[in-house]
Design a protein around this ligand. Structure first.
Ligand code: SF4
Length: 195
């Protein structure tokens, strides 16, 4: 009898939902956000202390794009309390993140990302980890599990891959490289190729 394969094998201490990652095809296209659902208007973004410092550091440049983070010439406090240790990003009344901005064509972009590019810094150092990770999602806990956000396919930038892919989608690979590193992504890729 063939042994049942673990659907969530552990890689570097993280249980990975291999099938969910295998099925996902992702390409961030901000122009879609002008007419369709935008991730920057959908979720509460929780940030820890380290991320708060990085965000504050990028704010003077981000204010060139997201005018809402300036009030009477001063930078606003962009954080609401989430719990004792963490905070969440403030949103506008319509739910849009305070750091989002629209270009001339209506595309919704992240001012922390734009600021990082201007400053020659890796954008993944200024953006919250949950934003970089989306549409993937890390369920924290004693045994953290990496999977795909439940409603990911409601957004135009995500679609199910055709057939049974034997390699990671390039958009998903880029996310894993940015958040967990190349070695982690290669281990995930090997498991996907093996099935
Ligand atoms: S920080 Fe940037 S990527 Fe994250 S929700 Fe706000 S605008 Fe979007």
């Amino acid at each position: 009898m063939k042994p049942t394969q673990d659907p969530h094998p552990k890689i570097d201490g993280i249980r990975v939902d291999i099938e969910a990652l295998r099925r996902l095809s992702h390409e961030c296209r901000p122009s879609n956000c002008s007419v369709r659902k935008s991730c920057c208007k959908t979720y509460e973004v929780i940030v820890d202390n380290g991320e708060m410092s990085d965000i504050i550091g990028a704010m003077p440049r981000a204010a060139h794009y997201a005018k809402g983070i300036l009030q009477d010439g001063d930078l606003v406090d962009p954080f609401d309390d989430a719990d004792d240790a963490d905070a969440c990003l403030t949103t506008h009344e319509d739910g849009m993140c305070i750091f989002a901005w629209r270009d001339r064509k209506g595309a919704i972009l992240c001012s922390l990302h734009s600021a990082a590019l201007d400053l020659g810094v890796d954008p993944y150092q200024t953006k919250p980890k949950t934003c970089t990770l989306w549409p993937l999602y890390l369920i924290e806990g004693d045994a953290p599990r990496l999977t795909v956000q439940e409603d990911a396919y409601a957004f135009a930038c995500n679609k199910p891959a055709t057939g049974i892919p034997v390699q990671l989608d390039p958009g998903v690979s880029e996310i894993l490289d940015a958040v967990f590193g190349v070695a982690f992504r290669e281990k995930v890729g090997r498991l996907i190729a093996r099935k």
